[in-house]
Design a protein around this ligand. Structure first.
Ligand SMILES: Cc1cc2nc3c(=O)[nH]c(=O)nc-3n(C[C@H](O)[C@H](O)[C@H](O)COP(=O)(O)OP(=O)(O)OC[C@H]3O[C@@H](n4cnc5c(N)ncnc54)[C@H](O)[C@@H]3O)c2cc1C
Length: 412
C-alpha cells in the first residue's frame, strides 16, 4: 500500500488507453519480453466506438488483420450539392469498413496472448514523476486505486493525450475534428460502395459519410472541423437523416442501433513524441492522415513500433528496477515514424486547408478532379500516399487545370 491507501505494482511499461495504438503497443512490448500493463477507462475494449472504421485492404493485410473483420469496398462515391463522381476499382476491392469492436478485441486478445495485463474500467488519473521524468501512473481501477512505478509510460489515450498533458509534454489541440455517427439497420445498402458527401448541407467544414458493413448495416455520420465551424455534428446528422439527402434516399428504412461520437486531432503530427520515461502514439501523437481523418492503420503500425522500441529501451535500462527509459533511448521511435509519415501528413494538410474553405459551387467543380483519376491514383491520393513521382505524374498529365494546380500545391 502507498501512503495514500492505493496499492502499488511494478511493471516495465504502463500503457494508457486500449484503442488500436495501445493494444498494438502492448502486444509488441510483451512479445519482446517486457512486463506490460494496459489501462482502459471504458468497461470493455471498444465499448464506446469513436471511429467509422474505414481503412485500406493492403494496409490491413500488411498489419495481419484477418479479412473476416472487415467488409471489402470497391466503389467510392463522392457527392457534392449538384454533382457526383463514382470511382470503381472493379473486381479488386481496395478499401474496407472494419467491424471496429471485433478488430480492437482481436488486438486485445493478441496482447493478452503475448503476456500483457489488460485492466478495463481503469482510468489513469495521474502520472508519477521523479524530478522531471515520468516514472509511472496512478489509476482508478475496479480493485481500488493503483500506483504503477515503471521505467516507461506509453500514452495511447487518443485525442485527450491525457498522460502527456499531465506530464507537461503536450498541450491542447487547437484544430480538431468532431464527429457523430449512427450505425444503422437499413433496408438495402450497396455493400461494395462507400460514399463521402461534401457541401454545406452535409457539413460546414468537413464531410458526411455512408459506410456499409453489409447490405443491411451502414454507418452514417458527419464530421465537422473546429475552429472553422462550431456546428453540432449530431444536429447536422439528424437533419441529413430527416431530409434523406443523397445517398440516404436509396437506403429504404433507416433505423439507428448505435450512436458513435468522437474527436480527432487535425493539426498534423506533434513535433515531440518522446521524453524521459514517456512516449506518445496514435492520435495522442497526431499520427492520422488529415485528408479524411483516418488513423487506425497508423495507430496499429506505430503502436507496434512504440512497443518494440519501448521494450528495448527498458531492457537496455536494466528493467523495472533500473533507470527509466531515457528520451535518447526512445528517439529511434520518433525518427522512424516521422520518416514514414510526417511529410505525407504535412502535404495532406495543404490539400485539407484548400478543401475546408470551398463553397458548394466550388465543391461541384472540385470533385471533377477525381473523375479523371484511375482507382489506384484515387486511392493513393485519398490515403495521402503522396510520393513525389506520383504527384509529378498527376501534376503534369491530369487533363484539368484545377487538378494540375492541386497536385502541384502538394508538391511544394
Ligand atoms: C468521428 C470519427 C471518425 C473516424 N473515422 C475513421 C475511419 O473511418 N478510419 C480511420 O482509420 N480512422 C478514423 N478515425 C480516427 C481514428 O478513430 C483514430 O485515428 C484512432 O482511433 C486512433 O487510435 P488510438 O488508439 O490512438 O486512440 P483511440 O482509438 O481514441 O483510443 C484511445 C483509448 O484510450 C482510452 N483512454 C483515454 N484516456 C484514458 C485514461 N486516462 N485512462 C485509461 N484509458 C484512457 C479511451 O477510452 C480509448 O479507448 C475517426 C475518428 C473520429 C473521431
Amino acid at each position: 500500500m502507498a501512503s495514500d491507501g492505493s496499492s502499488s505494482n511494478s511493471y516495465d511499461i504502463a500503457i494508457v488507453g486500449g484503442g488500436p495504438a495501445g493494444l498494438a503497443a502492448a502486444q509488441a512490448a510483451a512479445a519482446a519480453g517486457a512486463n506490460v500493463v494496459l489501462f482502459e477507462k471504458d468497461e470493455a475494449i471498444a465499448h464506446s466506438v469513436r471511429t467509422s472504421g474505414v481503412s485500406w485492404i493492403d494496409s490491413m493485410d500488411a498489419l495481419g488483420i484477418p479479412s473476416h473483420l472487415y467488409n471489402p469496398v470497391s466503389n467510392y462515391h463522392f457527392i457534392s450539392p449538384s454533382n457526383d463522381v463514382l470511382i470503381s476499382s472493379g473486381g479488386r476491392p481496395r478499401s474496407c469498413v472494419l467491424d471496429v469492436r471485433a478488430t480492437y478485441q482481436h488486438l486485445a486478445f493478441l496482447a493478452a496472448e503475448a503476456g500483457a495485463t489488460l485492466m478495463v474500467r481503469s482510468n489513469v488519473i495521474n502520472v508519477l514523476k521523479e524530478g522531471s521524468r515520468v516514472a509511472g501512473v496512478k489509476a482508478s481501477t475496479p480493485a481500488g486505486d493503483l500506483e504503477v512505478k515503471c521505467p516507461l509510460v506509453i500514452d495511447a489515450s487518443g485525442f485527450s493525450a491525457s498522460a502527456a498533458r499531465k506530464a507537461g509534454l503536450a498541450g491542447e489541440w487547437r484544430r480538431y475534428g468532431v464527429g457523430a455517427e449512427y450505425e444503422c439497420y437499413c433496408d438495402h445498402a450497396d455493400e461494395a460502395t462507400w460514399s463521402l458527401m461534401v457541401g454545406r448541407q452535409y457539413s460546414e467544414a468537413g464531410y458526411a459519410w455512408v459506410f456499409p458493413l453489409s447490405k443491411n448495416r451502414v454507418r452514417v455520420g458527419v464530421g465537422i472541423g473546429r475552429p472553422e465551424s462550431q456546428a453540432d455534428p449530431l444536429e447536422k446528422l439528424h437533419s441529413i437523416l430527416e431530409k434523406r439527402l443523397r445517398p440516404l434516399d436509396r437506403l429504404g428504412r433507416i433505423q439507428p442501433v448505435e450512436l458513435h461520437y468522437g474527436f480527432i486531432p487535425n493539426e498534423g503530427s506533434r513535433s515531440q513524441s518522446v521524453a524521459d520515461g514517456l512516449l506518445t502514439v496514435g492520435d495522442a501523437a497526431g499520427q492520422a492522415n488529415p485528408l479524411v481523418l483516418e488513423g487506425i492503420r497508423y495507430a496499429i503500425e506505430f503502436g507496434r513500433l512504440a512497443g518494440e522500441v519501448g521494450a528495448r529501451a527498458v531492457k537496455n535500462g536494466g528493467g523495472a528496477a533500473a533507470a527509466a527509459a531515457s528520451k535518447e533511448s526512445l528517439e529511434e521511435y520518433e525518427r522512424t515514424w516521422k520518416a514514414r509519415v510526417a511529410s505525407k501528413i504535412a502535404s495532406a494538410l495543404k490539400v485539407q486547408s484548400r478543401w475546408v474553405g470551398l463553397s458548394d459551387e466550388e465543391w461541384d467543380r472540385e470533385i471533377e478532379i477525381l473523375r479523371d483519376m484511375s482507382a489506384d491514383e484515387f486511392i493513393d491520393f485519398i490515403k495521402a500516399d503522396f510520393t513525389a513521382a506520383k504527384m509529378v505524374k498527376l501534376a503534369l498529365h491530369h487533363p484539368r487545370l484545377a487538378a494540375r494546380q492541386l497536385f502541384s500545391m502538394v508538391l511544394k
